[in-house]
Structure formats: C-alpha cells, structure tokens
Design a protein around this ligand. Structure first.
Ligand code: GLY
Length: 566
C-alpha cells in the first residue's frame, strides 16, 4: 500500500484526539475490526474508514446522530457500491429524552414517470430499463435525509462532512473486495456512462490502489458550503440534469428542488419484555418484522433451540405469510391506503397462523397475495453513544452501484431504485415474481422498500441496534438476528455470523447460506420444503449492550464491515 501519512484522526481532530493515545487509522493503513467492546460509544458500518469517521465525531463531542451522519457521508466515498449521495435511505433513532424518530429519505419517482413506463408496445415489462441506466433513477433522497437528521445532531455540517471530503480529495486504499467489485462492473460502467469517471481504471484495480474522487470532493464541498441547496440546486443540480439529458433520463431541476425528506412515526411494538422500534412505510420492513415477531411470540422458540427443525420451520412459515401480505398490501402511504393496524393486530396474526402445520411445509399458492423483486446491494450502519442515543440507518442505491450511471462532473453514482416499484403490477417479472397495484409506478411516489433499521429497547433504554442490506432478505435477516439474541441468547458475534435462511412467499423455496448445517435441512426436505443453497444472506451490523453494560459492536463476517468505539 502507498505510504502516505494521511492520518484522518490527527488532521481532523487535532489535539483533542491526539491526547487520547496513538492514532491507529489512516486512509492507507486501516484495519478491519470485526468485533469491539466500548464504554462510551460505538459505530459499525460496511467500511472501517466510515466507522472511524463516525467515531471521530463521538470523540469530538458529537452524539450518535452526528456519528451516523458522518459515517453515511464517508460511506458515500469509501463504499461506492452502496454508500451514496445519489440514493436514499431510512434513519431510526431512540433519543436520550425517550423520543423515537424515523426519517424517510427514500427516492421518489420523477414527475415524468408513469405506471407503464417500463412496458414495451406489446405490454411486456423491460426490466433492463428499470435496473440499469438513466431511466432507472429515482430522485435521490440521501442529502435531504442528512439535513433532516441535523437538528438532532450537535456538530455542524462542516465538521460532519470533513472526513468525507478528505477521503474523496486525497484518496484511500481500496480493499481486495472493492477492487474485485469495481473490476467486475467495469464494462457496465463504460457502457452506461457518457463521461469518464474515477471508477474505471486501466490496468485493473488491485487491493491497495488509491481511489481519488475529485469530482465527488467538489460536490461534497458544495454541500458543505450551501447546505441541501448544494445538492438539490445550483451546480450539482445542473450536473445531474445535464447527465439525465445526455442519457435520456427523467429527473428535472424541478424534481430535485421539490424533493423533501419526511419525518414519520416509527413502528413500535412489544416483544415479550422488550420494545422494538423500527421503520414504517414506505419501507415494508417494520410492518413485516412486527408481523413475524408477533406470529412467533406464542411459540416456545427458546425451548426448541437455535436452528432446531421446529424453530426453523416455524420461522419459515411466518416469513412466508409476512411476505405474502407485503406483496399485496404495502406501498407508499402517501399514495395508497394501507391497512397497517389490521395487518399487525394480534388477532389477525393469530388467524394467519391457523393453517400452520408443524409437520409439513405450507404451500404459497394457498396464501393470497403477490410479491416483488428487490436487489441486494444496500448498506447499514448502527451507532450508540454514551448519552443514551441510538441510531440505526439503512441506505441504498438499490443494485450494486445502482444504475451504474455516474453524474458527469459530480462524481457519484445514481440509484436504480425505480426497479423497487412493481414495473408491471400483477404480472411476473424477469425473476418470476409478481407485484401489486399498491406499489405501481406513479409520479412523486416512493417505491416500496424492505430496509429495516431497528432498535430494541430493554427497560426503555437501547439494548440492540441493528439492520442489514440484502434486498428482500433484509427483513428475514433482521428478524433472525433479533430472535438469535432475544430467544436463543446468542452473543452479538454469534447472532450476526450465524448462517441464515430466507423464504419470501414466491418463489416457494427456502434459500439457505452455504455454511448452513445439512441435518435440519434433510428433515425440512422430508417435510416438503424445497431448499436452495445460495451465496450470502444479509450483512448485519449489530451493537448490543452486554451483561456488564458495555457496548459490543459487531461487523458482519460477510464483508469488509468493521466496528469502532472508545
Ligand atoms: N432497494 C432495497 C430496498 O429498498 O429494500
């Protein structure tokens, strides 16, 4: 690796940080920390440099919201596959004053979008258009979300954005995983872009190469100097709309100027002695999680044991039912009326399990609903501070590098979130899945999400902060992580790294991770389940308060995820 002393901590925090001992992280010699224990604050995210940026804010006197904002901005630089300025996300927080907040900065369909925009003249869905290139892009929400979070923070945007600017301007050494991911997409980056960008390199990227993003640094500086107008108006807006015009996309200056993040009421529900705080619509995550937790609660999961056949089968069956409801009923609540109260009522959930048979597999075609496709590239970060604040953020471009369109001159990828709409309601898409009218495309509408940033309270105080990327598997990953801790008493590390399984109603099959034990699967197959071994499910970031009251932060083994704390 290049030996340059770009020492983030010293540069950014001066003496305050230097007094606290030797600095361990610089942009060229950082270390992935899978699990740490801390007493005053902890951050865990998809990249060690982003976690360090959050930690710096805590050390500078910021709270968990400050750390979450700085970590997101740093991820936009050091994790371009999913960290973003050109995407959207959700923030759930429990504040030290006892208030829960949920900030929705999901992308929106441009004003010129229409219900059938991805259908050809014969009425066939062309998902290539909703997944790649300029027509796939929703109006980005991330920058509006950061500014909507700022009133809950203590530091200034100038302080919070400084690490991201430094990392973009001076560069950082990329990991092996990043090098291979950028190289894999090289042809698409070339095909789908109208101008040169920082992500295509000849010869190919290798671990330790420095990624410098000058255009992105300039965009970040405009945000630093002009606030949200530095993105939604002026030069950045001009560059986005010029990019749209070159690539025949739909986003206009009026779309950008009109974009607003929304503060919504968090989904909260009890699970035994705990209180769960999670994301409401337009994410399906919170409602589906409430349904799944509500459906398993009456059963003796703890007695059955971790990954026992009985426990796995019950959890598969509740996943099947929650995903069926998701597909039929859920969509942007600003556009469709969703029967949330009815879907989460205890009596309804009990009725939903009336046909559950512990001896054999359920059959999805007898569960009335549709389903939708979602891609798996998203990113999550979890933060707790010493003041009693906890923040859980999931943010996304949708697919890996989103639409693969880099805004010429502005240096960031735009999302392909339009594919999270049902591009043709009621008809199977290229993945064999169907969606419903509730999630059809409409101008200004937010597409349904699965992102499930979640906080669990014990005696009213933060106990777990968690979330994950993984598209449709997000909800099952969060569900299983919570059950792993709350029912099976696994440690934070075990709960995150445990192999997962996933059922989403359609296709009617259980996907399990490569390292899943074969013995319970043999039993499940005999009961009638179709089992598919997949690659990985989720990339969970978890902070848990341990028996000694310390913060245990764990980054998932499935990526470069890394924890930081003090
Ligand atoms: N794009 C993934 C999600 O929002 O669920």
């Amino acid at each position: 690796m290049r030996s340059i002393s770009l020492i983030l901590a010293i540069t950014l925090t001066g003496t305050a940080y230097a007094q606290q001992g030797p600095v361990k992280t610089d942009a060229y010699h950082y270390k992935i920390e899978k699990a740490i224990t801390a007493s005053k604050g902890a951050v865990v995210s998809a990249h060690p440099l982003a976690s360090q940026a959050g930690l710096l804010m805590l050390r500078q006197g910021g709270n968990a919201v400050d750390a979450a904002i700085a970590t997101q901005l740093a991820l936009a630089v050091v994790y371009p596959a999913a960290g973003n300025l050109g995407g959207g996300g959700f923030l759930v927080a429990h504040l030290k004053n006892g208030k829960n907040i949920a900030i929705d900065y999901r992308e929106k369909a441009p004003a010129a979008a229409s219900r059938d925009m991805y259908l050809d003249q014969n009425g066939h869905a062309n998902t290539a258009l909703s997944q790649d290139g300029h027509l796939a892009c929703g109006i980005p929400g991330t920058v509006a979300g950061l500014f909507a979070s700022l009133p809950y923070a203590k530091l200034t945007i100038q302080q919070l954005i400084a690490p991201a600017i430094l990392l973009a301007e001076k560069g950082y050494a990329i990991t092996e995983r990043e090098a291979s991911s950028l190289n894999k997409r090289r042809d698409e980056f070339k095909k789908l872009n109208t101008q040169e960008n920082a992500f295509v390199k000849a010869p190919l990227w290798k671990a330790g190469d420095t990624l410098i993003q000058k255009d992105l640094a300039a965009t970040l500086k405009r945000i630093r100097d002009n606030g949200r107008a530095g993105f939604y108006e002026g030069e950045t807006a001009r560059l986005i709309t010029a990019e749209m015009q070159r690539g025949h996309g739909l986003i206009t200056t009026a779309d950008l100027k009109a974009y607003e993040a929304k503060e919504r009421t968090a989904v909260t529900f009890p699970y035994k002695a705990y209180q769960v705080v999670t994301m409401p619509l337009p994410s399906s995550g919170g409602i589906a999680l409430q349904q799944m937790m509500g459906m398993v609660e009456p059963y003796p999961l703890n007695a059955w044991g971790f990954h026992s056949v009985a426990a796995i089968q019950l959890m598969i069956e509740v996943e099947r039912r929650a995903y069926a409801d998701r597909a039929k009923y859920l969509g942007d609540p600003d556009f469709v009326k969703v029967p949330v109260k009815e879907l989460t009522a205890a009596s309804y959930l009990k009725g939903r399990m009336a046909d559950y048979d512990p001896k054999k597999a359920g059959i999805s075609k007898y569960v009335p609903a549709g389903s939708i496709y979602e891609s798996t590239e998203t990113t999550h970060l979890s933060v707790m501070d010493g003041e009693g604040n906890a923040v859980s953020v999931t943010t996304t471009l949708n697919g890996s590098y989103g639409s693969k369109v880099v805004v010429g001159g502005a240096g960031f990828f735009l999302n392909n979130e339009m594919d999270d709409f049902s591009v043709k309601p009621g008809v199977p898409n290229m993945y064999g899945l169907v969606g419903a009218e509730a999630n059809a495309v409409a101008p200004g509408k937010r597409m349904l999400s699965s992102m499930t940033p979640t906080i669990v309270l014990r005696k009213g105080k933060p106990y777990l902060v968690t979330g994950t990327p993984g598209g449709a598997t997000i909800i099952t990953s969060v569900f299983q992580t919570l059950i792993n801790v709350l029912e099976f008493n696994l440690s934070a590390r075990q709960a995150v790294d445990a192999p997962k399984f996933h059922h989403q109603w359609l296709p009617d099959e259980v996907v399990v991770e490569e390292d899943f034990d074969q013995t319970p699967l043999d039993h499940l197959q005999r009961m009638g389940y179709k089992i598919e071994r997949g690659t990985t499910i989720g990339r969970v970031e978890l902070i848990k308060i341990n028996e000694k009251g310390m913060l245990e932060a764990v980054g998932d083994k499935r990526g470069d995820d890394s924890a930081a704390g003090y």
